[in-house]
Write a protein that binds this ligand. Structure first.
Ligand SMILES: C[S@@+](CC[C@H](N)C(=O)[O-])C[C@H]1O[C@@H](n2cnc3c(N)ncnc32)[C@H](O)[C@@H]1O
Length: 249
């Protein structure tokens, strides 16, 4: 599927009103996901937390309810526009490929809902983690909330590669793995619009190696929102990693 035009699919797919239709269930999910993920971040009141990417800001209230000072950032102007209407607070338009923050400015980076692995190359995906590490203070925390690869494999197995008409939602969808089995391709057709997510779904080992290569120490891996133990089959893999105190700011 990927060609050069589709390489930066994330610039288009998330910046379209249909994105809000495709992920409408995430609006309601925020009520339980937000507090649970904010608790897993595990920072004390008054911490400065970067919500990256923030989308339309659905998890921001939960971070603020913990007493954090939140700065939200995202690439999508449309998401930021909705964020501005629905929630107060600092907002920055940004790209993971060059975060507009100085080094060591944040106590936490909060990266929720499978928001890593969008880039076409391993080097770019690694760079996103390096940017997260750069902006963290020594001792600061990254929370990386990903989908579990094995659970995703199971859920895709039934319809793998088949177009499915989701009548109530008003679009058709086809989900399949890339031939090398590393990435998941989700295509959607809605009226005259076409979308195609192309996301690297790392193994647990790849996540751990990437965090280490970014200079972050894995503190805990969870198998769900409520802090249960990580398991291979869990639907969510959530990693909490720390920038060592010994790191250079
Ligand atoms: C699946 S959404 C998650 C948003 C939010 N964390 C949440 O839980 O609702 C992914 C977000 O990543 C943003 N995004 C995609 N590529 C990006 C990039 N290169 N730099 C910054 N944000 C990006 C999209 O605009 C979108 O809002």
């Amino acid at each position: 599927m990927p060609n050069n035009a589709a390489k930066d699919w994330f610039v288009h797919d998330f910046d379209h009103p249909a994105y809000f239709d495709h992920y409408r269930d995430k609006e309601g999910d925020a009520a339980h996901e937000g507090p649970a993920l904010a608790a897993l971040l595990g920072l004390r009141e008054g911490s400065r937390v970067l919500d990256l990417p923030c989308g339309w800001g659905r998890l921001r209230p939960a971070l603020e309810a913990c007493g954090h000072q939140v700065i939200s950032g995202d690439l999508s102007a449309l998401n930021l526009h909705r964020h501005r209407i629905e929630f107060l607070g600092d907002l920055v338009r940004l790209d993971f490929r060059a975060l507009p923050f100085r080094a060591a400015c944040a106590d936490g980076v909060f990266c929720a809902f499978t928001s890593w692995g969008y880039f076409a190359t391993d080097a770019e995906n690694q760079f996103q983690l390096q940017e997260f590490a750069r902006v963290l203070k020594p001792g600061g925390t990254l929370l990386l909330d990903l989908c579990g690869r094995e659970a995703l494999k199971r859920s895709v197995a039934f319809d793998n590669g088949r177009w499915v008409h989701l009548k109530q939602l008003g679009y058709r969808e086809r989900v399949r793995w890339s031939p090398d089995g590393r990435r998941i391709w989700t295509e959607r057709k809605q009226g005259r619009f076409a979308f195609r997510h192309d996301i690297w779904i790392p193994t647990d080992l790849e996540v751990r190696e990437s965090l280490a290569a970014a200079g972050l120490e894995l503190e805990a891996a969870f198998g769900g929102l409520h802090g249960g133990a990580w398991t291979l089959d869990a639907e969510r893999w959530i990693y909490r990693a720390i920038k060592p105190l010994s790191s250079r700011a």
